[in-house]
Ligand binder design. Structure first.
Ligand code: 5AD
Ligand code: SF4
Ligand code: FES
Length: 356
């Protein structure tokens, strides 16, 4: 069948600014037109970022959380979960192993766990940087500006704070006691402190519409984020949202592809959540605009307890297995594993501008 290029895709291909109605048209293309959207997103990724895929090794260092997000398996009311914390030494040990595997970025992720004070975190980051020389991304949720400052001073390079949904009412319903405004305020703090900043959203949340997804993308453009994590919502049996349908693969890929068109320089991961609901999830995402993969390098004995959502992949594999598995996938797609730090090109631009 011969599919005619819809005008909105021509507009995107010419690099014109896309407005809300354009983004909605892209999210609502006819099913036979989606392949054109995916192809364009892949071309834009190639044109702006080349064929390198960046690996970010993620250490899930604590599954304690003070929050009660309705969608998340780590929520504090989930008393059936065995909780754990890694010591500074265990974290650095995992980091050292990652460097031996050639990884250049470590992501430190946890639930919102006040056990690790700003000072403790600063010490861990400082030690990790001194021992390994990696770039460090922190992903530990809402903190005070002072804590963010301490982490930045200790050498943290990037911070991931997903906005989850751009619908303020939905946000507060799903994340009791917190607001979208508070989240956005923190994203601006992080930018001001000099972090490369990542946001991102879930696709398929109960009560979410196409308009919400368009607003997610527009919010990330407004924030001018360096990174955006976009993954499907996956219902977890030990949460209040256990009976909801999860996000669809196709919709997730469409949001990812449109985000690539709107933020051509952003680092977009092929998320583990997408890989967990489809065996080809990673490959598909890498072909629809993604340029990052995050192998899980948490010590295996803890991995099974970090089930934010069920059926998470790679719970029994050692870090080395995941890194070689992902590297193979990347090569099979005709792409290569980046050997550099993979700092945001956009961020470099900003630093250069302010220096010149
Ligand atoms: N399904 C998919 N992603 C989830 N997250 C939390 N719970 C779920 C779920 N049930 C995501 C959120 C959070 C990240 C750590 O995991 O986007 O930011
Ligand atoms: Fe805690 Fe994050 Fe899960 Fe919310 S999504 S319960 S803040 S780990
Ligand atoms: Fe973990 Fe393939 S990525 S085994």
């Amino acid at each position: 069948m011969n599919v005619v290029m819809p005008e909105v895709l021509n507009k995107a291909a010419r690099g014109e600014k896309l407005f809300r109605e354009d983004i909605l048209s892209l999210l609502n293309l006819e099913p036979e037109e989606d392949a054109l959207l995916f192809k364009l997103a892949d071309q834009v990724r190639h044109q702006y970022l080349g064929d390198e895929v960046h690996l970010r090794g993620i250490i899930e260092f604590s599954n304690y959380c003070v929050n009660n997000c309705l969608y998340c398996g780590l929520r504090k009311d989930n008393q059936r979960l065995h909780r754990y914390r890694l010591s500074s030494s265990e974290i650095c040990e995992a980091g050292n192993q990652a460097v031996k595997m050639g990884l250049k970025t470590i992501v430190l992720q946890s639930g919102e766990d006040p056990f690790y004070t700003g000072e403790i975190l600063a010490k861990i980051i400082d030690r990790l940087k001194a021992e390994t020389g990696v770039a460090v991304t922190v992903s530990i949720g809402d903190r005070s500006k002072e804590d963010y400052r301490l982490m930045k001073q200790a050498g943290a390079d990037r911070y991931l704070l997903k906005h989850e949904t751009a619908d303020a009412n939905l946000f507060s319903r799903l994340r009791p006691g917190t607001t979208l405004a508070g989240r956005i305020k923190r994203l601006y703090w992080l930018k001001e402190l000099g972090f490369q900043v990542g946001a991102g959203n879930m696709v398929g949340l109960p009560g979410q519409t196409c308009g919400t997804l368009a607003d997610d993308i527009l919010l990330m453009r407004e924030l001018d984020v360096e990174m955006a994590g976009i993954g499907p919502f996956i219902p977890h049996h030990q949460t209040p949202l256990k009976d909801w349908a999860g996000g669809e693969v196709k919709t997730t890929l469409k949001v990812l592809a449109v985000t690539r068109l709107v933020l051509p320089l952003a680092h977009l991961p092929a998320t583990t959540a997408l890989a967990s609901i489809h065996p080809q999830g990673r490959q598909m995402a890498l072909s629809c605009g993604a340029n990052v993969v995050m192998p899980n390098i948490t010590p295996v004995k803890y991995k099974e307890y970090y089930q934010i959502y069920p059926n998470k992949i790679c719970l029994t594999e050692e870090a080395t297995e995941c890194v070689s598995c992902i590297s193979n996938t990347i090569r099979q797609l005709g792409r290569m594993v980046a050997q550099n730090y993979g700092h945001s090109l956009k961020y470099k631009e900003r630093v250069n501008n302010s220096e010149s």
